[in-house]
Write a protein that binds this ligand. Structure first.
Ligand SMILES: [Zn+2]
Length: 329
């Protein structure tokens, strides 16, 4: 401590005395960029190329019922333990563009281009960042949807409510389609959030896509090397994927956990957005035990960008160990 402080003081004194500093030209007064660089990250899984593309993030005050079975002070303690500010949450969104078996496959689509303006650029970045990463939305062959929450489906439409991926087949979980397109289920949905989820799914799939989708079944390949895995609970048809190429595998968890600092650390916590919290918890524990046992790399839609790493056991829960950034593919 003493050494560090003395070192810092000496450093400051040296800087103040520096002739370089006092004589430095006005270059440093040039305006700093006020935007982050386009955020995307590529890595290989066997011969497949995975591109994590940031859709941005949303920050909001910690809701009273964010975790149904934990007190606010417990949530704040978990946030502080993870070096995150208290009393607010930042939720990240990371759709994928995967080049696999000669197909260009988008997995989930983010908050949508209309959200880019309404969020003042904080989210809805997927469309722009995808182009910055070198992908033309017209070249996308397939869009695979994990579940029907707005942060996963709204990007199917662009800001003018036309198709964001005009040449792509849109693949949706059959169970999710059956549930959210059922008028009886919709009429029984509680007012408030669930009603909004139903209405938004109808807006996107009825008005937007005119129901032109291909439902897929669990356990089947939805795209070359991309197998659908039932991870139910968050929604009735919630799906994860195993991407396999050669001897390598990646688990794409979708929303098995939301922010890992809260829900990997505390797998028993019930997120307010989990439709069947007990089933979501059972799924979470099963998936994370599998990730630990198999040492499988995992990509998480709501993990901090670039949203991938490995999972280890940590006390009564789990810890996400981010994969090291590689400057080359
Ligand atoms: Zn989500």
């Amino acid at each position: 401590m003493e050494l560090t402080r003395r070192h810092a003081l000496a450093g400051a004194a040296a800087l103040a005395a520096s002739p370089l500093l006092s004589n430095s030209p006005a270059k440093a007064a040039a305006p700093l960029a006020d935007k982050q660089a386009p955020s995307f990250y590529r890595y290989k899984v066997g011969d497949a190329q995975v591109n994590a593309i940031s859709d941005g993030a949303s920050t909001f005050p910690l809701p009273d019922s964010f975790v149904l079975n934990a007190k606010k002070e417990e949530i704040n303690a978990a946030l502080e333990k993870a070096f995150l500010p208290k009393d607010k949450v930042t939720i990240y969104y990371s759709p994928l563009v995967i080049n696999t078996g000669g197909k260009l496959v988008v997995v989930d689509t983010g908050m949508g281009a209309a959200n880019f303006a309404s969020s003042k650029g904080n989210s809805g970045q997927f469309a722009g960042n995808m182009v910055a990463a070198g992908f033309d939305p017209k070249s996308v062959d397939m869009v695979v949807i994990s579940h029907f929450h707005g942060d996963h489906i709204n990007g199917l439409l662009n800001a003018e409510n036309t198709l964001a991926f005009p040449n792509a087949e849109v693949l949706v979980p059959a169970a999710e389609w059956k549930y959210f397109m059922d008028d009886g289920e919709m009429s029984r949905a509680p007012a408030g959030r669930m009603e909004t989820v139903f209405k938004n799914a109808r807006r996107v799939f009825d008005a937007g896509l005119k129901k032109k989708v291909t439902p897929y079944e669990m356990g089947k390949d939805v795209a070359p090397g991309l197998q659908a895995v039932a991870t139910l609970g968050h929604t009735p048809g919630h799906t994860s994927y195993i991407l396999s190429s050669g001897s390598e595998k990646l688990f794409i968890q979708s929303d098995v956990t939301n922010h890992p600092a809260l829900f990997a650390t505390n797998p028993g916590w019930h997120l307010m957005f989990d439709q069947d919290p007990a089933m979501a918890e059972a799924t979470r524990r099963k998936v994370y035990d599998m990730l630990v046992a198999d040492k499988m790399r995992v990509q998480g839609f709501h993990y901090p960008f670039p949203a991938n790493g490995f999972v280890e056991k940590d006390g009564n829960g789990y810890r996400l160990v981010p994969a090291p950034w590689s400057p080359v593919i």
